[in-house]
Design a protein around this ligand. Sequence first.
Ligand SMILES: Cc1cc2nc3c(=O)[nH]c(=O)nc-3n(C[C@H](O)[C@H](O)[C@H](O)COP(=O)(O)O)c2cc1C
Length: 192
Amino acid sequence: MLKVVGEDIGAFYQHYPRVAAIVTVSSAGRKNAMAVAWHSPVSFKPPLYGIAISPKRYTYQMINDSKQFGINFLPQGQAATVVAVGGSSGSFTDKFTEFNIEEDSAIKTDVSILQDAYAAYECKVVDNRLFGDHAWIIGEIVAVHIAVELFQENGIIDLNLLQPVLYLGAETYCAADKNSIKVLDRNEYGKR
Ligand SMILES: Cc1cc2nc3c(=O)[nH]c(=O)nc-3n(C[C@H](O)[C@H](O)[C@H](O)COP(=O)(O)O)c2cc1C
């Protein structure tokens, strides 16, 4: 395999696809939603989830004020909603009205939970640090909303019923191929 070796990260899409999700926030009587591709679990106990948010985003100010956020995972069929909230700013529009986004109530925070989300976490901010041009904001998950019928007994997504929104970068989206599934047991393979 021919590789170009250097220091230029280019478009920085080499580590994609990533699940594109929607961060929700509510502050001073206003609510907002934005798309995120840079997000990650950080700890099981306590359950912590991190999101990388540019301080340029309206959402950033709102998280800073409210110290809360929600992260919502939508099925592929709702990819256009992810793109819509990722292509507009809440400082000009109420994205919920503009894009007909239906909400469920949160139980431990004031954030909106998207009705179409197959899973969502309500988070309370425990840390917020600037790294370069993004802030890495860590929230403790204080409530979870899960459409359990779309998950298998072992907790993984049932790809026959649900396709997550996979983002390849450069405005390009794809789906996970259920025919590619393999179960490879780490205990068995780790001994080889
Ligand atoms: C698929 C997708 C993923 C994105 N991921 C991020 C991200 O991880 N962090 C970020 O700061 N912005 C990300 N953005 C950009 C924001 O969603 C976008 O700037 C949005 O308009 C911000 O909304 P706001 O100004 O209402 O907060 C992404 C956009 C798209 C379409």
